[in-house]
Design a protein around this ligand. Structure first.
Ligand code: SF4
Length: 305
C-alpha cells in the first residue's frame, strides 16, 4: 500500500487551521459586505449575474455572495454565468457539475470567440484585447436575456492597484478600475464586490474551499508582460515596506483634486484669496509634513526614488 503524501494533521494543527480559515472567511465576507454598502452595489430585488471564468477570483466571488445573500437584510437573486469560448481543452463539464453540486441557478453560454480571435489576429500578436471585447459583448447580451440588473466581476484590490499604475506608467492617466460603473453599451451596471479583498486571501480561500479551478492559459496567449511587471513591483513593495499597499489603496478613496493638476476637476482659474486665515490651509512654501507615525521605512528619499 502506498504511504500518504502528507502527514495527517495533529488535533492541535487541525484546530489552528480551522481557526485561521474561519478568520479568513469572516474577513473576506466583511470586506465584500463593506464594498457593497460603500458603493451601493446591490439593491433589494436585484438579479446579480456573477461571471464565472473558472479562476479562483470568480469562484470566491460567487461563494461569498451566496453566503451574504443568505444573511443580507435585503433580498436579491444570483445567477452564475460562464461563457464557454471554445478554447481547446476547456473542460466543459467542470463548472456545470460544480454549480449543480451547490444548487445555484446558472447559465452556460456557448460562443466560439476563440476561432474568431484566431482567424482575425495574426499569429504571434496579442489576442487579449479582441478576445475580451467579444466576451464583454456576449456577457452584456446574456445579462439582458436573463433579466440581470447587475453584472458582478471578480476583480480584487490588487487588480485595482495594478491598473492604477498601468494607467499612470503607460496611459498618462490617474485612473483605476471603478468598483461600480455603467457598461460601455450604456445598458448594464457592472460591480466589483471583491474591490477590498487581497489577492492572497482569495488564493487561500480557493484552496480552503477546494474550488475546481480551470487553468487560464488554455487559449495559449502569453500573460500581459506589463501587468506582470507591475504586479511584481507591488509585491516587492509589500515585502519591503509592510503597510504601503494598504496606504496606497486607501489613497484611492481619499482624493484631493485641489492638489492635483487637472483643471477640469478643480477651478484653479477662479481661485481667489479669501483674506481669512485658515488653520487647515496649505503652507505652500514648504514640503508637506508627513504624519509622525509614518512607518520608518517610508521616508523622503524613498518617496523621491
Ligand atoms: S488570456 Fe486568452 S482567454 Fe484570456 S483574454 Fe487573453 S486571449 Fe482571451
Amino acid at each position: 500500500m502506498n504511504a500518504p503524501l502528507t502527514k495527517p494533521l495533529t488535533a492541535r494543527q487541525a484546530q489552528k487551521s480551522a481557526f485561521e480559515a474561519n478568520k479568513l472567511a469572516k474577513r473576506l465576507r466583511r470586506e465584500v459586505g463593506q464594498a457593497i454598502a460603500d458603493f451601493n452595489m446591490i439593491e433589494a430585488g436585484d438579479k446579480v449575474m456573477v461571471c464565472l471564468s473558472g479562476g479562483k477570483d470568480s469562484f470566491a466571488l460567487l461563494d461569498i455572495l451566496l453566503f451574504l445573500r443568505e444573511h443580507a437584510p435585503i433580498a436579491f437573486d444570483i445567477v452564475a454565468v460562464n461563457l464557454d469560448q471554445k478554447q481547446p481543452g476547456f473542460p466543459a463539464e467542470v463548472l456545470p457539475d460544480y454549480l449543480r453540486s451547490i444548487d445555484v441557478p446558472f447559465h452556460i453560454e456557448n460562443e466560439d470567440t476563440y476561432s474568431i480571435v484566431k482567424r482575425v489576429i495574426p499569429e504571434g500578436k496579442t489576442t487579449c484585447s479582441l478576445c475580451s471585447r467579444l466576451r464583454r459583448g456576449v456577457l452584456y447580451r446574456v445579462a439582458g436575456e436573463l433579466g440581470a440588473t447587475r453584472i458582478a466581476l471578480g476583480h480584487h484590490r490588487d487588480d485595482i492597484l495594478q491598473t492604477l499604475f498601468l494607467n499612470m506608467f503607460f496611459g498618462g492617466k490617474l485612473k483605476s478600475m471603478p468598483p461600480k460603473l455603467v457598461s460601455d453599451d450604456g445598458r448594464n451596471i457592472v460591480i466589483r464586490p471583491l474591490a477590498y479583498c487581497r489577492e492572497r486571501d482569495l488564493e487561500a480561500w480557493a484552496a480552503e474551499r477546494a474550488f475546481p479551478i480551470i487553468p487560464c492559459n488554455l487559449c495559449g496567449s502569453q500573460p500581459n508582460l506589463q501587468r506582470q511587471q507591475v504586479k511584481q513591483m507591488l509585491n516587492d513593495w509589500d515585502k519591503r515596506f509592510p503597510g504601503r499597499i494598504e496606504t496606497m489603496f486607501r489613497s484611492l478613496a481619499n482624493v484631493v483634486p485641489s492638489h492635483l493638476l487637472d483643471a477640469r476637476l478643480f477651478d484653479f482659474a477662479g481661485l481667489k484669496a479669501s483674506g481669512t486665515p485658515d488653520p487647515e490651509g496649505d503652507i505652500a512654501f514648504d514640503a508637506p509634513e508627513l504624519p509622525a507615525d509614518l512607518p520608518q521605512a517610508v521616508n523622503f528619499q524613498d518617496r523621491e526614488s
